[in-house]
Write a protein that binds this ligand. Structure first.
Ligand code: KG4
Ligand code: ZN
Length: 337
């Protein structure tokens, strides 16, 4: 089975071909990503209208490249899978309309994919793990602990009550005039920083449950940054290190509670989404997993941040279960798991 996946929900225009044969390995035959970073950088964040136009401009070529690199013709594709939400509606529409037109023209199944489900199921593509597992999904817009029971079957254990972790990184990085997106820029800056220089709070620490909160941490960091103006390179490095360390400690402390809360016979703790690319955060989470005799799984970096291989993979999971969608499926800018 070979699926073409398309991703246009934020600022990556991406297409991929993923194959799954019963007697062969799951294989990513191609995974093409055009990042729109340079288009949005001057504004310090994603501008939805610019993103939608850029997707329209790049997508056709990205799909052609994905097929070429996979050495696959459209006839060999079994279905077209596309992110149909949640995300910026202009971009989502570009992807969905393209996928629908292809599905109709080729007379192949159309599969509408929830972007969050794609992050959640990525470890089954990268590491072949079985259901159920415990997941921390930490991206630019979402931060939640979930029990992953099966395709389309998730139970929310806790979630952020204000900002997502990625969003907090992006906002603090912007205050320090770091490159967009903020998370990777702060991780780079933190290499030369002192985690103890700026004491920052650990919101919700010691509270029951596994909800998360980053607004207080963000405000505390903002106040320090405002007081410290003008910032030296060392100030930026120290703030990045202190902030990254605080986020890692918040996530790992709440993760301990999430593990206590689940009654499932889980073997794996998985982290996925863009924030999972952060090495300090991975290390903290891994320590908690090992302390609870769970295997820690983090997909490779290129599968953590937005990509179309994860979308194609959900297409495979759903097609195997006979789950395809109607061509009148309406894109969903908000679409909780
Ligand atoms: O999953 P993703 O690529 O897109 C969404 O679905 O949101 O996540 C993007 C988020 C951004 O907020 C970005 O700053 C953050 O993930 N991120 C990171 C790192 N790489 C990406 N945060 C911290 N450290 C990183 N290395
Ligand atoms: Zn994402």
């Amino acid at each position: 089975m070979k699926i073409l996946g398309i991703e246009t929900s934020c600022d990556e225009t991406a297409a991929a071909v993923v194959q799954d044969e019963s007697n062969l390995d799951k294989r990513i035959l191609s995974n093409i990503i055009h990042s729109q970073i340079t288009e949005h950088e001057p504004y310090g964040g994603v501008v939805p209208e610019i993103a939608a136009r850029a997707h329209l401009f790049y997508l056709e070529n990205i799909i052609k490249r994905a097929l070429k690199e996979a050495d696959t013709s459209l006839d060999d594709i079994d279905a077209i899978a596309v992110t149909a939400g949640p995300g910026l509606i202009g971009g989502v529409l570009v992807g969905v309309m393209t996928a629908k037109a292809m599905a109709m023209g080729l007379q192949k199944p159309f599969i509408a994919v929830n972007h969050l489900e794609a992050h959640a199921l990525t470890p089954r593509l990268s590491h072949n793990i079985e259901f159920p597992y415990l997941l921390l999904l930490a991206s630019g817009g979402h931060c939640q602990f979930l029990e992953v029971l099966g395709v389309g079957n998730y139970r929310l254990l806790g979630s952020t009550i204000d900002d997502a972790a990625g969003e907090a990184f992006d906002k603090i990085a912007k205050l320090m005039d770091l490159d967009y997106p903020g998370g990777p820029a702060m991780e780079r800056a933190a290499i030369n920083g002192d985690i103890h220089r700026f004491p920052l709070p650990r919101p919700l620490k010691g509270r029951e449950g596994c909800d998360l909160s980053f607004a207080g941490l963000k405000t505390a960091a903002r106040l320090v940054i405002e007081k410290q103006q003008p910032l030296s390179a060392q100030d930026i490095a120290d703030m990045s290190a202190s902030f990254q360390h605080a986020v890692a400690e918040c996530l790992s402390e709440r993760m301990q509670n999430a593990i206590k809360m689940t009654k499932l016979p889980i073997k794996h703790f998985v982290v996925s989404g863009g924030v999972a690319a952060n090495q300090t955060i991975r290390q903290h989470l891994q320590n908690v997993a090992i302390g609870n005799t769970l295997e820690f799984i983090a997909p490779p970096l290129r599968l953590c941040t937005d990509n179309a291989a994860m979308i194609a993979w959900v297409g495979i999971e759903k097609l195997k279960l006979g789950l395809t969608d109607d061509l009148n499926f309406a894109p969903r800018p908000r679409w909780p798991l």
